[in-house]
Design a protein around this ligand. Structure first.
Ligand SMILES: [Zn+2]
Length: 267
């Protein structure tokens, strides 16, 4: 589905790209890769962004089929797009029926603000209501994107504040902690709202404590991820090793590496 210019960025500095293509075909090969990296479970991020990346709603069926190999270890993330849905009610129902366990909204690639339901985009409200009612968390991409055509004004996490207020039972994950521009906003929102969590994927672990010096204070709501194979994330295992090398208390490491995620997706 990739547009050529987006695919070019995915392939840059990625000599092992054929291996990634193999993982897309074979969940078994990917599970083996996770074994070698020491990773028990992975959330597989997919989203609908036809204009900037090329992804259509077909990603939902793709990931639902993919995780059948091992639904305990592979957690399907899907998505919806307000401007690319002829019948949002039916599409939301379809996503729920497929067993999608996380919905990703990607404002800089979907070209919308998380709180656009306040300006007439009713589809967004329907998505959040359905996610809330079905206990499906919603992850927002926060922070910049270097993909051609991405619009970075949408990446400011502050626009998620309204969503946290208006949908108090919706579990909200701030992907990438607003990096590299809005870490303070992300930290504030996680402390301000009981339903907002911090996802550290996409942040080079070596920079994590520079970005979030008070990480331990929000450890109970912080979860590890890598954003691999996104640009700038070379390797899952290396991210994990770099995280483990940080000067964090063992209980904080356990919390971020597993316990927070287990609260969101119990086994
Ligand atoms: Zn993202």
């Amino acid at each position: 589905m990739f547009k050529p210019e987006a695919l070019r960025l995915m392939k840059a500095k990625r000599p092992e790209f054929p291996q990634i293509e193999e993982f897309c075909r074979s969940p078994r090969a990917f599970l083996h890769h996770l074994d070698k990296a020491g990773v028990d479970r992975a959330v597989l991020i997919n989203y609908v962004a036809p204009e900037v990346i090329g992804f259509t709603a077909g990603v939902n069926q793709f990931v639902a089929d993919y995780v059948k190999e091992d639904p305990r270890r592979l957690i399907p993330c899907g998505s919806l797009h307000p401007r690319h849905s002829a019948n949002i009610m039916a599409d939301v129902e379809h996503v729920v029926r497929l067993g999608i366990r996380l919905i990703k909204i990607h404002p800089p690639h979907q070209l919308l603000y998380p709180n656009d339901y306040l300006r007439g985009v009713k589809e967004l409200e329907i998505i959040y209501r359905a996610a809330e009612a079905n206990g499906i968390p919603v992850m927002f991409h926060t922070g910049t994107s270097i993909f051609p055509g991405a619009r970075n004004k949408y990446g400011d996490p502050m626009f998620v504040d309204d969503v946290a207020v208006d949908f108090p039972r919706l579990k909200i994950l701030l992907a990438h902690g607003g990096r590299p521009l809005w870490m303070q906003t992300a930290f504030f929102l996680v402390r301000r709202h009981s339903n907002v969590f911090l996802d550290i994927s996409g942040i080079p672990p070596k920079l994590l404590l520079k970005y979030f010096p008070r990480l331990e204070e929000i450890a109970s709501k912080t979860l590890f991820g890598t954003d691999w194979p996104g640009p700038g994330v070379p390797d899952i295992g290396r991210n994990l090793d770099d995280f483990k090398a940080l000067p964090l208390k063992p209980e904080v490491q356990d919390q971020v590496l597993g316990k927070t995620a287990l609260r969101i997706w119990p086994e």
